[in-house]
Ligand binder design. Structure first.
Ligand code: OGA
Ligand code: NI
Length: 360
């Protein structure tokens, strides 16, 4: 798909981080952050929103060590979860509580730094890595979110200028976290393939192999807001990834997912990782798996953090529906596409879903 087929738009970045805004602003939320509730009845009252009946998948049961009965059972559960909700909570994933706490902690330490220091890591308009907010088009509201976005894999593509290396444990912790999450990513992609009766390495190969796969870490910081009904931490979106592995805040909820036109709160399951299918796995699976639409609401009093590991195919790899998943009953539903993320970022700033543009 050629970039030129997309109408041009002017991209804008918030001039201040939300954190900084809160230091200087009066009580009123600036107009530009007020979310227009065009597609939702009201986000002002979240109390009547139900919790999702969160599918819980046990990674230890998906390993070859478990009995074949347990394994088949867990694979079935997984397949149901990802084709209905498009997400699940992963437990027994092998990452220790202490590592989960450490990665949350180094993220928090970064956001606690003085503004002048954080500004050294600022993103630019044309590339999303770095510190700042998300770009939006002229007529769109900003997210109530500051984030630090870093490429962590492949190793040679790390841009250490953007890493706060003077924070004592930052690099070491992020490297260890990446290594462990990578293992989880591989196991999950293999399990998903097996749950669809495919060769277990098929998705890994489609992503450019273990060495080629792209991983970006997004540290999210959501300051509290007393007019929480008027702002959104992240507006409704699906991820442009193949898969996202999210570590939620330990205490403060905020993530919601959409299913059958209804929003559901995602509960906090202690020490779990929240896994969601992204657009690129939906495409590869020819629509059998669902890339879940989700958003983040803001707490009135408490700040919230999260750490998202976004895993995407290598930029040079063309992806498309797997031939094994195309037949007369399920004809090919999406075009083949290379560098889906660049298409994704042409639509995300307008609040539109890129995946609808590659549908046949
Ligand atoms: C994201 C995302 C959810 C959260 O970073 O894409 O959806 O809970 N994050 O922060
Ligand atoms: Ni997301």
């Amino acid at each position: 798909m050629a970039a030129s087929s997309v109408p041009l738009m002017k991209l804008e970045l918030p001039s201040k981080s939300v954190q900084e805004l809160l230091k200087t602003a009066e009580k009123q939320v600036p107009e530009r952050y007020i979310y227009q509730l065009s597609e939702e009845k009201s986000s002002a009252d979240h109390s009547d929103i139900k919790y999702m009946d969160s599918p819980i998948i046990d990674l230890s049961l998906l390993s070859s060590a478990s009995s074949s009965h347990q394994l088949q059972n867990e694979l079935r559960k997984l397949q149901t979860a990802i084709s209905s909700w498009g997400c699940f909570q992963l437990i027994n994933h092998g990452l220790s509580s202490s590592l989960l706490n450490q990665i949350r902690e180094v993220g928090r330490e970064f956001f606690d730094l003085p503004l002048e220091v954080k500004q050294k890591h600022c993103r630019t308009l044309d590339w999303f890595e770095g510190y700042g907010g998300d770009t939006v088009s002229e007529n769109q509201s900003y997210n109530w979110n500051d984030r630090l976005h870093l490429r962590v894999h492949p190793l040679e593509r790390r841009n250490f200028k953007l890493w706060p290396e003077y924070l004592p444990n930052f690099r070491e912790t992020l490297e260890e976290y990446t290594m462990k999450v990578r293992r989880v990513l591989e196991m999950i992609l293999q399990a998903i393939a097996r749950s669809l009766n495919l060769d277990e390495d098929i998705f890994l190969k489609e992503c450019g192999g273990k060495e080629g796969i792209n991983m970006f870490t997004r540290f999210n910081y959501y300051p509290p807001c007393s007019s929480r009904g008027h702002v959104l931490g992240l507006k409704p979106h699906s991820d442009g990834t193949a898969i996202t592995i999210l570590l939620q805040d330990k205490q403060v909820e905020g993530l919601q997912v959409l299913k059958d036109d209804q929003w559901f709160k995602v509960p906090i399951v202690s020490d779990s990782l929240f896994i969601n299918i992204g657009d690129q796995l939906e495409i590869m699976s020819n629509g059998i798996l669902r890339s879940v639409v989700h958003k983040v609401v803001i707490d009135k009093e408490k700040e919230r953090t999260s750490v998202a590991m976004q895993c995407s195919p290598h930029f040079d790899k063309e992806i498309g529906p797997l031939s094994e998943l195309i037949d007369n009953e399920r004809p090919q539903m999406y075009k083949k596409i290379k560098d889906y993320l660049s298409v994704y970022f042409q639509y995300y700033p307008r609040g539109e879903r890129a995946i609808t543009k590659v549908k046949l």
